[in-house]
Design a protein around this ligand. Structure first.
Ligand code: ADP
Ligand code: MG
Length: 463
């Protein structure tokens, strides 16, 4: 048996898994689910995209159904490094919990007002997913009772430490250990370096460490380093994008300023780009991710921190605008390409000063990353790939009782746009998103302007 039935999960979860068409566990899930479900403390090192979220969400929810503690909530607490990741993890939990009655999954992160979050806590959530800073604030205000927590999950633990959340995590873990007993502590990380070992020793009890050995094997990624002059980096990125013409590409920069400068240069060159960096407002970040995931732009320019852990389907090309400081980060970045058996290309730009870093990487890699000169690369303005779709923001969502079917129905039936011209549709709390082919944009917007959808006027605009 290789499907999910072998794990003896509760019926609700088995039904959800089949609703969601998850039939085969990933290699990582196969390797860690039996141990996770046994209730032991576990540390898992596995690469990005290997399905860690589903593994821990199943563990926490199965325990919630089979060993409920009706009085005390939450039953599980998940710590994540960024708001986007917290939202993504929350969404995965929500999908799986659809069949389980009274299972509220709540995301708590910084950068947005705390009052509505405190309000949501009154309807006791079964699972809380959040970033360390905000969770600590809320515990500090005595608004989050941890005494019922049975599963604690540290997702992307290495990144949380890199981001300087060490003190907050210590504080939360100590508070949790004071308030609750029988907590299963699970640690997920793409690397298992020195600091993670400390967390593992300090907060886990005889944890089994499961290392998925393919974490560093990148057989289907072709890596090349291009030697550039310091003032030619931006030009070289444009040249590479027009050379490879990927449907989607991620360019990793070292700093926020680099991200902003490169984004405006590439936009001037005619590329459709979004940026993702820490100083953006929450709605800007969400919009950027939605546009990129919805194939409404081809290029995302990001810092490591902002892009970490995001569930973005495999991209055709990764460009390291600047080489990262250590090999683990490099491995993370290039892991965005060549997923799910597809071939990917990862290009790293280096100047004279960076070359020693690359030589250092090569010494640790089974195969050297070859170094080529970027001088022969040319930017071809006529070879810029157009995005597949254009994004439309719709000013209504779940709160207005708008569903995916309503939006699809309005666009196909009222605006008479053929289904093949429609990409992803996402319904949020108050806003929704739809991707349509450029040739159908005008008609779609006109429909929202001139007609009612479900009896109401709903505003929509190009994003
Ligand atoms: P990780 O946390 O290891 O980086 P994620 O949990 O974000 O990876 O999973 C990556 C993607 O794989 C998600 O889109 C998820 O829905 C999908 N996925 C996870 N498990 C399965 C499965 N068993 N079958 C198919 N898709 C899966
Ligand atoms: Mg993850």
């Amino acid at each position: 048996m290789s499907d999910f039935a072998q794990y003896g999960l509760c019926d609700e979860l088995n039904v959800s898994l089949s609703d969601l068409k998850y039939t085969e566990p990933t290699a990582t899930q196969q390797a860690c689910l039996p141990s996770l479900l046994s209730g032991k403390d576990i540390a898992v090192e596995a690469k990005t995209g290997s399905g860690k979220t589903l593994a821990f969400a199943l563990t926490a929810l199965n325990k919630f159904v089979t060993q409920p503690n009706i009085e005390q909530h939450p039953h599980a607490l998940v710590l994540c490094p960024t708001r986007e990741l917290a939202e993504q993890v929350t969404y995965q939990f929500q999908l799986l919990a659809k069949r389980i009655a009274n299972t509220k999954i709540l995301a708590l992160y910084g950068g947005v007002a705390i009052a509505p979050q405190l309000n949501s806590l009154r309807h006791a959530p079964a699972v809380v997913v959040g970033t360390p800073g905000r969770i600590m604030d809320i515990i500090g205000q005595s608004k989050l009772d941890l005494s019922g927590v049975k599963t604690l999950i540290l997702d992307e633990a290495d990144r949380m430490l890199d981001m300087g959340f060490s003190d907050q995590m210590d504080w939360i873990l100590s508070a949790l250990n004071r308030q609750a007993s029988d907590v299963q502590t699970l640690l997920f990380s793409a690397t298992f370096g020195g600091n993670i070992k400390k967390l593992n020793e300090q907060y886990q009890r005889n944890a089994e460490v499961i290392v998925l050995d393919d974490a560093h094997s990148r057989a289907n990624i072709e890596q090349i380093a291009y030697k550039v002059l310091p003032d030619k980096r931006e030009y070289t990125v444009a040249a590479l994008l027009s050379e490879y013409q990927p449907d989607s590409a991620i360019v990793f920069c070292q700093t926020r300023v680099e991200v902003m400068n490169l984004a405006s240069q590439l936009a001037d060159d005619g590329f459709s780009v979004v940026q993702l960096q820490g100083e953006m407002e929450q709605f800007e970040r969400s919009n950027a991710i939605t546009l990129f995931k919805g194939d409404c732009v081809n290029v995302m320019i990001a810092t490591d921190v902002a892009a970490r852990g995001l569930d973005i389907a495999s991209v055709g090309l990764v460009i390291n605008y600047r080489i990262s400081d250590d090999l683990d980060i490099h491995t993370h970045r290039i892991g965005r390409t060549g997923r799910a058996g597809e071939k990917g290309v990862a290009v790293t730009l280096i100047d004279d000063l960076d070359e020693t870093k690359l030589i250092g990487f090569n010494a640790q890699l089974p195969e050297d990353i070859p170094i080529k000169s970027a001088q022969a690369l040319r930017f071809h303005a006529n070879r810029i790939k157009e995005p597949l779709y254009t994004g439309i923001q719709i000013d209504a969502g779940k709160k207005q009782k708008l569903s995916k079917g309503d939006i699809l129905g309005a666009i196909t039936k009222q605006a008479k746009i053929p289904a093949k011209d429609i990409g992803i549709i996402q319904v949020g709390t108050h806003k929704s998103f739809a991707a349509v082919k450029l040739r159908s944009l005008k008609r779609t917007l006109a429909m929202f302007r001139e007609e009612r959808v479900k009896g109401k006027r709903i505003r929509a605009r190009k994003l």
